[in-house]
Design a protein. Structure first.
Lengths: 732, 183
């Protein structure tokens, strides 16, 4: 796919998102008097997509958007009223456009018949309900013209050709400058197919006056190509100063052709004929245009030369408002351009590559640091420490490049909530908090699907039907909240609903039915709720498409765990359910705290570390200690990892906090802070809990990154199990 | 060597050629027995050392090494086949094998007692694996190569080193997960 098309696809998606956001608001409050600007924004987005699709020559999108744009245009001009029905229909059109963009992205020449049929049906509905009245209307607007193709061509609209028109007049000195006009034409031919070419020799003087070293020629060319205007211009780069070049893109307005004819030195009629002969215009189009010009000329000649725009307005080819709107739009677009100019589009993989390189640099820097310290040379140590400080800044800056706001992901759910709620006949508001919270792009991309699942679940199962809500004395409109905020080095995302909560007794009986728990087993309420994350709890066994419904929460949990994150649920029957997802800010490089156990080194994410204390081993039998009057349970890594060698006489405790809890981790050695480049472990360790990844130390050795939360959970489960076994053994 | 490089460069060609031309195999010893793997799977052979053990994994996962910036797991094949864990000796090395699983390429290190040589074995000299008696799971064996009048087990590395299977084994062998299952 060429670059132009991929840019088009990306930008269209952005425009589409904008359109969708606007339509959703419109649907909610169709009568708001302040909707004018909103409709304008929607129209602009649709128009941009249409225009751009023409540039990339994607005609199926162009044709579709043309109709949509027409309807939006009428809406903008107040010819049709804003209604919820129209907004939903337009939303469907937006969906179809998404499909079409997908088709273009897949490189297919045209959409599949089924998609085509959907599009046709939508267009038919649009025409019938919102365009048909236009034909009956009194003003001769271009919309009516568009209904019958023939008229449109002779109106003020578009000359339907799929080829570029190039007019070139070479300067007198071209030959003297060592350029051969013919070579440019040949090069032009390499861009695409030259459909027609006419030589213009009008400038040629009589033979006696002719200077054989001067060039008098010009050409009218029709070129069929996928190249951009800039590419075509580039062909003539060498003679740019020295020639007159005019390029009309495919499907240019008739007026543009007229302007071209006017601007060129040759006789208008003759040029017109040439254009007709080369197939750029039809005779009818030409006559129409030239007649219009001639009719207007005597009137206007009194004061000013006729202005094409005015001619068109007077002829009612274009409405006055439309012209005004176009001017207004241009200025707005310029404003927007000014903002955009401060942004650069960078391909994501280039950024990834940069981050990788920074990661390697961090590792190399650590090794240089180590060697410098070993050498004992003070100057060397100093210069490497300056270097490593710089590396740290570069690392932070590079990671910052990949940070994006989560708002865009959240906003997608406006639509999801609306659609699903409508389908189920529920009324639900979506409240978004903390949309400007930033996190790594790679995390954002992967969190979309699990979130989608949670939100759909909340709409589907969480929020009760309106009648039930009314009965329970709740507001009939349900509410779903999406919250995001930072908390001790991780980002927390919450999906909260004010629905019925998770039915504990139902979950319990289902878990028993599925053999996950024994009927007589006693579980705390929280344990019962957590059963929904168990594999095999949900009915579906497909694990692929998790954005669909009926797929288990275990898939959600697994996806989040694969991002080194965790998910918790709290629920109160009758009040609502909250899912809390905790994710690391980045998947690439973190600040770590290096500790040693036995011969191995481990990394604890620095953000989790509160303090370090020495373990007073006197009479310590149980695994908790007194931290300034607080009971602090701790885990012994040596025991948990089943290392064979004995503990050294002095051990240390690293106090960590996670998710509002505190715990101690007993290690042999404290080795200090360490910039940790996260290297993923092989997929064969995907089921390993407690180890979050690996990193490479300055010495070249591999160190493992601890997943503190998982370790603590593991420890408590193992403890519980041994206790159970012990009590069983005693009972028997 | 030139020939070797050529073959590796065109994996598709190699697959075609494999049906007809003799293939090259790397032979190595493991607990006193000879084994072979197709040379196309072998990326490099490195000295044993600088291994970082991974806790809470089955004993046949010896740990991970730093292979020029990539963290590569190392498998003890003798232990994988149900034998005793290999002890580290002077000639112990790690054979880095490249595997493709679920369309993802990854490297796995295989700990062997000693690497012997690269041999060419004709198709006709490869017998199907015996139904039993090899004391190794039949699907780990891709064939029995006749080398110097002796049979050498040619390993099906894709099966023997399948990451997904090892991941499952890691899960099952874990007391934590086991407790979950029994609860």
């Amino acid at each position: 796919m060429d670059e132009l098309t991929s840019v088009f696809i990306q930008e269209s998606r952005e425009q589409l998102a904008e359109m969708e956001a606007g339509l959703l608001v419109l649907e909610q409050s169709p009568d708001d008097p302040g909707n004018g600007e909103l409709i304008n924004a929607i129209f602009r987005a649709a128009h941009t997509v249409k225009g751009a699709s023409g540039v990339v020559e994607c005609h199926f999108i162009e044709n579709f958007m043309h109709k949509v744009e027409n309807v939006l245009d009428r809406l903008r001009n107040g010819e049709i009223p804003v209604s919820g029905g129209l907004a939903s229909l337009l939303l469907k059109c937006g969906d179809h456009l998404t499909t079409l963009i997908g088709v273009l992205e897949a490189g297919l020449p045209e959409p599949a018949p089924a998609d085509q049929a959907t599009g046709d049906a939508l267009l038919a509905e649009l025409s019938e309900r919102y365009l048909a009245s236009a034909a009956a209307g009194d003003t001769a607007v271009s919309l009516r013209d568009s209904e019958s193709g023939e008229v449109m061509a002779s109106g003020g609209g578009i000359v339907v050709t799929d080829s570029w028109h190039i007019s070139v007049r070479f300067g007198r000195d071209v030959l003297r400058g060592g350029m051969d006009p013919l070579s440019f034409l040949r090069f032009l031919g390499s861009l695409g197919e030259i459909l027609a070419i006419e030589t213009i020799s009008d400038a040629m003087p009589a033979a006696a006056e002719m200077d054989p070293e001067s060039c008098y020629l010009g050409f009218e060319i029709r070129l069929q190509t996928r190249a951009s205007k800039a590419d075509i211009e580039r062909v003539f780069d060498f003679v740019r100063e020295d020639c007159e070049l005019r390029i009309l893109p495919p499907n240019s307005k008739l007026t543009d052709y007229l302007k071209l004819i006017e601007a060129l030195p040759e006789d208008d009629m003759r040029l017109g004929e040439i254009l007709v002969r080369s197939g750029a215009l039809t005779q009818a189009e030409l006559d129409e245009g030239l007649n219009a010009q001639r009719d207007e000329a005597p009137l206007a000649s009194a004061d000013n030369p006729p202005h094409i725009g005015e001619i068109l307005v007077d002829n009612k080819v274009v409405q006055k408002e439309l012209v005004d709107a176009a001017v207004g739009k241009q200025s707005r677009i310029q404003d927007k351009k000014a903002v955009e100019a401060r942004l650069i589009r960078v391909q994501a993989d280039k950024l990834d590559q940069l981050i990788d390189l920074v990661g390697e640099m961090v590792i190399a820097g650590a090794s240089a640091n180590l060697l410098a310290r070993r050498s004992g040379k003070a100057e060397l140590v100093e210069s490497t420490s300056v270097l490593s400080r710089l590396v740290e800044s570069i690392r932070d800056a590079a990671l910052q490049l990949r940070m994006v706001q989560i708002g865009e992901t959240f906003n997608r759910f406006n639509r999801v909530v609306r659609d699903v709620a409508k389908e189920l006949g529920k009324e639900i508001d979506l409240v978004i908090n903390g949309a400007d919270t930033e996190l790594d792009k790679s995390v954002v991309e992967k969190i979309g699907d699990p979130l989608m699942h949670l939100v759909r679940n909340s709409v589907d199962h969480g929020i009760e039907a309106a009648s039930v809500r009314a009965q329970n004395g709740k507001n009939v409109r349900g509410q779903i909240e999406l919250n995001a905020f930072h908390d001790s080095g991780s980002i927390v995302i919450q999906v909260r609903d004010d629905g019925g909560g998770l039915p504990k007794s139902k979950i319990r009986s289902k878990a028993i039915e599925r053999g996950l728990i024994q009927a007589e087993q006693s579980l705390s309420d929280q344990d019962v709720i957590n059963l929904i994350f168990e594999p095999g709890f949900s009915t579906a066994d497909q694990v692929t498409n998790i954005s669909g419904r009926g797929v288990g929460m275990d898939v959600v949990r697994r996806n989040i765990q694969s991002l080194r994150g965790s998910i918790d649920v709290s629920s109160e029957e009758g009040i609502g359910t909250t899912f809390t997802i905790r994710l690391p800010l980045t998947l690439a490089i973190i600040d770590g705290f290096l500790v040693g156990v036995g011969r191995a080194a481990y990394v604890i994410p620095l953000d989790m570390v509160v303090e370090c204390i020495e373990l007073d081993s006197h009479g310590v039998d149980r695994d908790f200690l007194n931290l300034r009057g607080e009971v602090l349970p701790f885990i012994r890594l040596r025991a948990l990892f089943e290392l064979p060698d004995d503990a050294p006489p002095r051990e240390n405790v690293v106090v960590v906090h996670y998710g509002g809890q505190k715990a101690g981790i007993v290690v042999d050695q404290l080795m200090g802070e360490f910039q940790t480049v996260i290297k993923p472990l092989s997929s064969m360790f995907s089921h390993l809990r407690g180890i979050g990844g690996s990193t490479i130390l300055g010495t070249g050795d591999v160190a493992l990154i601890l997943d503190v939360q998982a370790l603590v959970q593991r420890n408590s489960r193992i403890e519980e199990k041994t206790l159970n076994q012990a009590s069983l053994a005693r009972a028997s | 060597m030139g020939q070797l490089v050529q073959r590796q460069s065109g994996a598709a060609d190699a697959a075609l050629a494999a049906t007809a031309a003799p293939q090259q195999y790397l032979t190595f010893s493991l607990a006193g027995e000879m084994f072979a793997v197709a040379i196309l799977n072998v990326k490099e052979i490195i000295e044993f050392g600088n291994l970082t053990e991974i806790p809470m994994t089955p004993p046949f996962i010896r740990g991970v090494i730093n292979l020029r910036g990539a963290v590569v797991p190392v498998i003890d094949l003798a232990s994988r086949f149900g034998g005793k864990p290999a002890s580290v000796a002077r000639r112990t090395c790690i054979v880095i094998v490249e595997l493709e699983e679920d369309d993802v390429k990854h490297d796995i290190g295989v700990m062997v007692d000693a690497v012997s040589e690269v041999l060419e074995v004709a198709r006709s000299d490869i017998e199907p694996p015996p139904a039993f008696g090899a004391r190794i799971r039949a699907d780990f064996i891709s064939g029995m190569g006749k080398i110097n009048g002796k049979f050498v087990i040619i390993l099906n590395v894709a099966k023997a080193l399948s990451a997904s299977e090892i991941a499952q084994l890691t899960k099952l062998g874990d007391p934590d997960n086991a407790s979950e299952a029994s609860a």
